[in-house]
Write a protein that binds this ligand. Structure first.
Ligand SMILES: [Zn+2]
Length: 371
């Protein structure tokens, strides 16, 4: 799959903030007089970095095999039965369309989206019960704890909220055996928040793993949406998994450690886009307030906004637009041989350049745009 497809390229033109040559020269002179070349660099960095920025992240368990080119020791497999063959592919534990395989005109593809990483335990007791501590990837505040094994597909799970100057960024740790923290606790990076386990749906002792996500919050009034469409509140407030749109957290950590990514914004700008939706600007006010950095340019007097999404519906960036629409309209679509249903969680129907927002797609947009 080409990561920089046409849609990604088209929407990839970003206005950049430059410091002028004369400003740099001035800073070098002052900095140089002050404390030598090493400090010039630090001085410049302090000027261009926001006050709170993404710190150096760490993996959430002792398992580091993904950084040692042993993905099969890192990602938990699923038991797959496809076209008469049984297999245990580790790839099904990675982030993406990696499950519920289907033979299509686009080849054999996964049609079910896995919105996180399933990380294998590295330690078990004599009875096979995992012993891996689960730790926070960065400093934060415990925003949600579900300490009941039932009532969520995630089983027992913890959500930690991080302030990296980019709005609410959540890390989520699921299928835990035990939880060691409570809502409101301030946790520092590496703090043990629970024990890896196998609570929740579709999991057993053999396949025990940590389901790990890094996510944006789609709505700050999730239960109103849930009640409107499903009749009752979900019981997990804004920290229901459906309100947390996950990115590839393990890839984020790897890219940050290699130096190619420094913020959630810079990470999302590089992700492959699948579709773009244009709406009247009033609909995007809440999203813009929560994540202003999604906007690649000031909204100004443009009356419309085009938001670009990954296939799973993760908002990647937004652009002011003059294109007149009365309701949410598809204004960009990735071209590939298959059906959009298979690559958008059925939110977009159709194929090729033609697409239509499905009923579930409309419900999804209602969540994001607060209707
Ligand atoms: Zn999972």
């Amino acid at each position: 799959m080409k990561s920089a497809d046409k849609l990604t390229r088209r929407l990839n033109r970003e206005p950049r903030n430059h410091i002028s040559h004369s400003q740099i020269l001035l800073l070098q002179v002052i900095g140089g007089m002050y404390c030598g070349m090493k400090y010039v660099f630090l001085f410049l960095m302090a000027l261009v970095m926001p006050l709170s920025a993404m710190p150096k992240l760490i993996l959430p368990t002792e398992n580091k095999a993904v950084f040692q080119q042993r993905p099969n020791d890192f990602f938990m497999y699923v038991d797959r039965h496809f076209e008469g063959k049984a297999s245990k592919p580790w790839s099904a534990g990675t982030y993406g369309f990696v499950r519920n395989m289907k033979r299509t005109s686009d080849g054999v593809i996964g049609t079910k989206f896995h919105e996180g990483a399933d990380i294998k335990p590295v330690r078990r007791d004599a009875r096979g019960v995992p012993l891996d501590p689960v730790v926070t990837i960065a400093d934060g505040v415990v925003a949600y704890v579900n300490d009941k094994a039932k009532g969520s597909n995630y089983g027992k799970y913890v959500v930690v909220l991080h302030d990296w100057g980019e709005g609410p960024i959540c890390s989520l740790y699921a299928h835990l055996n035990k939880v060691y923290v409570a809502v409101g606790d301030t946790v520092s990076q590496g703090k043990e928040i629970g024990l890896l386990g196998y609570t929740g749906a579709g999991i057993n002792k053999t396949r025990a793993h940590l389901h790990f996500e890094v996510a944006l919050m789609l709505s700050n009034d999730f239960e109103a949406w849930h009640t409107k469409y499903l009749g009752v509140p979900s019981g997990h407030g804004n920290f229901n998994g459906r309100n947390l749109s996950g990115m590839n957290g393990v890839d984020l950590i790897a890219k940050q450690q290699s130096g190619s990514v420094s913020s959630i914004k810079s990470y999302l700008r590089k992700q492959p886009a699948h579709f773009a939706i244009t709406v009247p600007v009033a609909k995007t006010a809440k999203l813009q307030k929560r994540y202003p950095w999604l906007w690649r340019a000031a909204q100004g007097s443009h009356p419309y906004t085009e938001i670009t999404f990954s296939g799973s519906g993760l908002p990647l960036w937004a652009m002011p637009s003059k294109r007149k629409v009365t309701q949410a309209t598809i204004t960009g679509l990735k071209e590939f041989p298959g059906r959009h249903e298979d690559r958008t969680l059925k939110r977009i129907k159709g194929s090729g350049r033609k697409g239509e927002i499905s009923e579930s797609g409309k419900r999804y947009l209602a969540l994001l745009f607060g209707e």
